[in-house]
Design a protein around this ligand. Structure first.
Ligand code: NCD
Length: 310
C-alpha cells in the first residue's frame, strides 16, 4: 500500500484495503483536527487550493487540515481574480501551482479537469470535485461518518436521494458503498436518475440495489439517508430545474416513517431539501459529517506527503 505522491482523482483509484486504512488513520487524526493535540509533521510542505467553482466546506476543511498538520496553504477561491480571467488555460495555471507548492487541490466545473491537471503536474493532484464527475475526498469523509456512527459500512441500507444525475458526491459514494457491501436504494425524479455506468459498476459488486421515486416507502428500512441538493448550475435549462426543485423534502412528518437510529447525511449546502426542524433531531448528522472532512483530509494529506504521527 503506497500513498506517497499519489494523485487522488477518483474513489475508484483506491482499493477497499486502502480506503479502510485511510479511515483508520483519520480516526487517529480526530484530536488533532479538534486542536486538542498538536503536530507539525507537514511544516515543510505547501498545499495549493485552486477553486474554479464555489466551495465552503471542501476548501476550508482542506486548508484547516493542512494548517493543523503544520503546513502552509496558497491558492484562490475565485478564478476571476487570477490570470484565467485574461484567458490563461487550465494547464498553465496548474504548471504554476506545481512550481509553487507540493500538492494541488483542484475543483473545476468540467468533468475530467482533475485528471487533466494531473497530467501537467509533477506534484500530486487531489480532485475536490470535477463537474458532475467525482468527489473522492467527500466520499472518504462520508464513509468515515457512516463507519464511526454505525461501526461498519457493510450491511447498512443506504438510501441516496435527490439529484443522482448531476451530483458528483453520490457518484463516488454509490461506488464505494457497493465496494463495501452496503445495500443501496436510489431515490430521484425520473429525469435525475443515477447514471447507467454507475449502476453497472455497483451491480458488479453483487449488492442489493433498488431504484425508485418513492421516498416515503424507501425511508422505512433505511439505516442511512444521504440527501443531496438539486445541482442547479448543471442544468442546461432553468425550467427543467424549476420542475424538479422541491421534489423531496425531509421534514418531521416524513421522519415518522423512519427507523429510530436512522442517520441523515448531506454533503451540504442544503437549500430546501432538509427542513431546519430536522437539525434538532438525533437523526441529523450533516454538521458532524462536515467536521469529519478535517480529520479525513488530514489523514489523506499526511499519507500523500509520507508523514506519520509520532
Ligand atoms: C458538494 C459538491 O460540491 O459537490 N459539496 C461539498 O463538496 N460538500 C455538494 C453540492 O454542492 O451539492
Amino acid at each position: 500500500m503506497e500513498f506517497q505522491h499519489r494523485d487522488v482523482i477518483s474513489i475508484k483509484d483506491f482499493s477497499k484495503a486502502e480506503i479502510t486504512s485511510i479511515l483508520s488513520y483519520a480516526q487517529k487524526m480526530v484530536p488533532y483536527a479538534k486542536g486538542k493535540k498538536n503536530t507539525i509533521i507537514l511544516s515543510d510542505k505547501i498545499l495549493s487550493t485552486l477553486f474554479f467553482e464555489p466551495s465552503t466546506r471542501t476548501r476550508l476543511s482542506f486548508e484547516s487540515a493542512m494548517h493543523r498538520l503544520g503546513g502552509q496553504v496558497i491558492g484562490f477561491a475565485d478564478p476571476s481574480a487570477t490570470s484565467q480571467k485574461k484567458g490563461e488555460c487550465l494547464a498553465d495555471t496548474i504548471r504554476m501551482a506545481d512550481a509553487y507548492s507540493d500538492a494541488i487541490v483542484v475543483r473545476h466545473p468540467q468533468e475530467g479537469a482533475a485528471r487533466l491537471a494531473a497530467e501537467f503536474s509533477e506534484a500530486p493532484v487531489l480532485n475536490a470535485g470535477d463537474g458532475a464527475g467525482q468527489h473522492p475526498t467527500q466520499c472518504l469523509l462520508d464513509l468515515f461518518t457512516i463507519k464511526t456512527e454505525k461501526n461498519k459500512i457493510e450491511g447498512n441500507h443506504v438510501v441516496l436521494v435527490g439529484d443522482l444525475k448531476y451530483g458528483r458526491t453520490v457518484h463516488s459514494l454509490a461506488y464505494a458503498l457497493a465496494l463495501f457491501g452496503a445495500e443501496l436504494t436510489f431515490v430521484s425524479p425520473e429525469s435525475l436518475r443515477m447514471p447507467k455506468e454507475v449502476i453497472q459498476e455497483c451491480k458488479e459488486f453483487g449488492v442489493n440495489l433498488n431504484n425508485t421515486s418513492n421516498l416515503e416507502r424507501a425511508i422505512k428500512d433505511a439505516d442511512v439517508l444521504y440527501v443531496t441538493r438539486i445541482q442547479r448550475e448543471r442544468f442546461p435549462d432553468a425550467e427543467e430545474y424549476n420542475r424538479v426543485v422541491g421534489t423531496y423534502k425531509i421534514d418531521l412528518e416524513l421522519l415518522k416513517h423512519a427507523k429510530e437510529n436512522l442517520i441523515i447525511m448531506h454533503p451540504l449546502p442544503r437549500i430546501v431539501e432538509i427542513d431546519s426542524s430536522v437539525d434538532l433531531t438525533p437523526h441529523a448528522l450533516y454538521f458532524k459529517q462536515a467536521f469529519n472532512g478535517v480529520p479525513v483530509r488530514m489523514a489523506l494529506l499526511s499519507l500523500i506527503f509520507g508523514g506519520t504521527l509520532i
